[in-house]
Design a protein around this ligand. Sequence first.
Ligand SMILES: Cc1cc2nc3c(=O)[nH]c(=O)nc-3n(C[C@H](O)[C@H](O)[C@H](O)COP(=O)(O)O)c2cc1C
Length: 162
Amino acid sequence: MVDVGDMMGSLDPSMVVVTACDGRERDGCLVGFSTQCSIDPARYLVCLSKANRTYELARSSSCLVVHVLRDDPRDRALAEHFGGRTEHDHADKLADVDWRPGPDGAPVLADCDWFAGRVIACHDLGDHVGFVLDVSDADGDGVDEPPLRFRAVQHVDAGNPA
Ligand SMILES: Cc1cc2nc3c(=O)[nH]c(=O)nc-3n(C[C@H](O)[C@H](O)[C@H](O)COP(=O)(O)O)c2cc1C
């Protein structure tokens, strides 16, 4: 039988960086498991690994910000930065990038396309938890640019094991 992971990887999802703030701390991580899940109302599902520091903060966050990465050198570097380092190692990922506090304090990365939404539901999915966002805010001018896809960054060693 074909490897199931290879089969799922062949779907080649678009990559995003998800950021969270629990009122005290902030973090963000690279995410491949995400999708729009409702048109009207506009809702989006983000799946965060229970191993990630970003997940721990998201559990106490009212809002998450989703940054849509584009297939260009700058966003590839962002993917490596947020996917390959973990706050569990005190990496302080946000110290090395430009950002500003966005909705409910969640970081908005500079010069990125982004949208944000209130967390309206959480579902235990296995080793990941699904956060359903009621999307209410968005900005960016890159919507005609191709997204950065999984296959372009699958070589990155994730900061935490899956
Ligand atoms: C190609 C790739 C895809 C990833 N997809 C996800 C994902 O869908 N959800 C997730 O929570 N982490 C995903 N990760 C892992 C996190 O981005 C990574 O472990 C990060 O270092 C976690 O940082 P944190 O502990 O500071 O939150 C992915 C990593 C890579 C390299």
